[in-house]
Design a protein around this ligand. Sequence first.
Ligand SMILES: *Cc1c(COP(=O)(O)O)cnc(C)c1O
Length: 365
Amino acid sequence: MIPVARPLIGREEEEAVLAVLRSGIIAQGPEVERFEAEFAALCGTRYAVAVMNGTTALYLALLAHNIGPGDEVITTPFSFIATANSILMTGATPVFVDIDPQTYNINPDLIAAAITSRTRAIMPVHLYGQPADMTPIMELARRYHLAVIEDAAQAIGATDHGKPVGSFGVGCFSLYATKNVTSGEGGMITTNDPALADRLRLLRSHGSRVRYYHELLGYNFRMTDIQAAIGRAQLKKCERFTAQRIANAAFLSAHIRHPAVITPFARPEVRHVFHQYTIRVIGNRDSAIKQLNAAGVGTAIFYPLPIPQQPLYRKLGIEAETPVADRIAQEIIALPVHPALSNDELHQIAAAVNALAVSESVAIA
Ligand SMILES: *Cc1c(COP(=O)(O)O)cnc(C)c1O
């Protein structure tokens, strides 16, 4: 079976880790600092702050803005649970705004109606590697004095109107094993604001600037030099990996021809980095997945249940009307698009989709 994700670890990563292990400094040290500088350069920001994973990146970005109980943060219902959970962790309330039916990202036209006197921030997600529509989002943020915390976990290297994600507001990245660039587990927060970067560093490490003196309540959310060494080796390959993902996606979209299948839509203004290549199948999805798997094509569903429908959110009584997300969640299937795919495998994936026998297929709206 062609896997839907495959971490690409080579000699460079192996050698970099060995060098750190032999250096005598294995926790947060000079490798983390170098990784931060290189990551900031890639995102076009002044600062990057490394943390242990993408979830803590989101959580600390919210805390650094003093967001907490009584506050509301506007976000998308169609994402990994960590997006909205980071808001819950602070004691604030996530407010869900439905998605655009073409990009599956938060619909900017619906945001204004969700803003209240308690709203403190907007947290868009650049889902599957496609930037959310940042121009109207930044305009709303300016008008209503809101922070923008970008969940860029899936979108390293993506741009909107030529501007890198993570440089619009505060960027939160994940370096989890299956993300486009990995350090095993890891996270990064990008910003141009020196005071915010300083606060993030304090929060990351027990509120301590000088060892054993503590200014505020912080955590131990640090990245190790071992992780940073892997991340630095990966970052050097980021552009090559990304170009290959984009080429693979272009191949699939050019070769998939099926009346009941919708291939991904990319806004013309963006560079979509295809963390996922997600088709919509109008008809019986379970049957389509069985057929694809039988043809040797691995699949995944990101995500089967919109966040407001999750048992946790039901229990909390957080209500949201998100009919578009509810529908899309039942129709999407992620196909392999990672840079390790061979030409034969790409042909095999497209052929398997084109051969789908989809029951109850209806005209695509
Ligand atoms: C992966 C991911 C996260 C969380 O990152 P971790 O490093 O796994 O904590 C958050 N949001 C989105 C959209 C993600 O894909």
